[in-house]
Write a protein that binds this ligand. Structure first.
Ligand code: SF4
Length: 383
């Protein structure tokens, strides 16, 4: 079983962000922290037999929460749930929000992995994104983390930033690779409706969708060039690609995310957090004040409860599992659904294999490098 804890606070909202997060004041941060602990206490009896092998504390910017609140949350987490002694416990931190004291405290409370949201090493690109930090601040954060004894660090990089070139991305990656983080994630920017970014680039988004030349955002071909460059530089630096967007030194893959792609059950706590157990997918309330009210009145803050059909579960098995380089196992499919994978997806698998998108070997099915380049299209075939 896995545990996810959501901390929805940021110093300032970034222009492209549609995550459940915001720049709330100190009173809200304190009240939310208390509500989160109440939610843990609420779920503790239900999960008294569960053993949690990974924890992911994401946001938002967990490192923006006052360290006293964070310490109480981490202590409550261990009081309420059985976390394995060797569990992978990750916390997201953002440059410019972290102090040495905070890092020492979370390390003492069992956080062993950090994920740092750099996004770009180019200060102009960071400004375009509306981030609060520059590259110098990231370097300072990274140094603080190493000095505090963190030897398992992920750095998030973004592709597809308006104005980004292969040259600027190459420089970002070289600068990051030189620091030797154990893990690098490389996601492409999504321009989401309702964000300042969408308003700024709405015309370009329409051009992108129609396959027309864009003014600021990358075209599909440019996006592909950026991704291909990232992969080439990371391979050259001996990072292994274990998932479409994730690269790691051997032995430093993120176990929490692997669990998600393998459909390991998880409990999500906090604003908008999602859970998956007993065949259901649950989602918590997305309004922070309503979330806190529900908890104060003794109600679980769940606003959506979907029982997955067998077909939905099979589709999830395929499109989540195929994101990983190792792909999926025919035997696992049989064990989980008591059905041969050929009986359900035989024609799709044959078709994609003939097109060079899937490879079949040793009882496993995986995306080929060509399939990975058009993964969205390939994975949709299983929906
Ligand atoms: S730091 Fe992350 S969660 Fe916070 S506003 Fe920026 S992108 Fe969103």
């Amino acid at each position: 079983m896995e545990l996810y804890i959501h901390i929805p606070f940021c110093m300032k909202k970034c222009d492209y962000c549609d995550f459940p997060s915001g720049a709330y004041d100190a009173t809200v941060r304190r009240d939310y922290s208390r509500a989160l602990i109440r939610e843990m206490e609420m779920y503790a009896p239900l999960f008294s037999d569960a053993v949690f092998s990974t924890v992911y504390i994401g946001g938002g910017t967990p490192s923006w929460l006052e360290w006293e609140h964070m310490e109480r949350i981490l202590l409550a987490m261990r009081r309420c749930f059985h976390i394995e002694p060797e569990a992978e416990v990750t916390m997201e931190v953002n440059p410019g929000t972290v102090s040495a004291e905070f890092l020492h405290m979370i390390k003492k409370q069992g956080v062993c992995r950090l994920s740092i949201g750099l996004q770009s090493g180019d200060d102009g690109e960071l400004k375009t994104l509306g981030r609060i930090h520059d590259f110098a601040r990231f370097l300072h954060t990274y140094e603080l983390a190493r000095n505090a004894g963190f030897y398992d660090i992920n750095v998030d990089i973004m592709t597809g930033i308006p104005g980004q070139t292969t040259h600027s991305l190459g420089r970002t990656l070289s600068d990051v690779i030189r620091l030797k983080p154990e893990h690098i994630s490389c996601y492409s920017l999504m321009v989401e409706e309702g964000t300042p970014f969408y308003e700024r680039y709405a015309d370009d988004v329409k051009r992108q969708l129609q396959g027309e030349p864009t003014l600021y955002l990358p075209t599909d071909d440019e996006e592909y060039e950026l991704y291909a460059l990232a992969r080439e530089l990371l391979f050259a630096a001996r990072y292994e690609q274990y998932e479409i967007s994730n690269f790691a030194k051997k032995g430093y893959e993120c176990l929490h995310n692997i669990g998600y792609w393998r459909r390991v059950p998880y409990l999500g706590l906090g604003l908008s957090a999602a859970s998956f157990y007993g065949g259901h997918r649950y989602t918590n309330c997305g309004d922070i004040f309503e979330y806190m009210d529900m908890i104060i009145s003794g109600r679980a803050p769940v606003t959506s409860d979907v029982l997955l059909s067998r077909d939905d579960a099979m589709a999830e098995f395929m499109y989540l599992g195929l994101r990983m380089t190792e792909g999926i196992s025919r035997a696992d499919f049989m064990e989980e659904f008591d059905m041969d994978i050929e009986a359900r997806y035989g024609s799709v698998i044959r078709d994609l294999t003939a097109k060079g998108m899937l490879s079949l070997s040793g009882g496993r099915i995986a995306l080929t490098p060509v399939g990975r380049d058009v993964s969205n299209t390939v994975l949709c075939e299983f929906l």
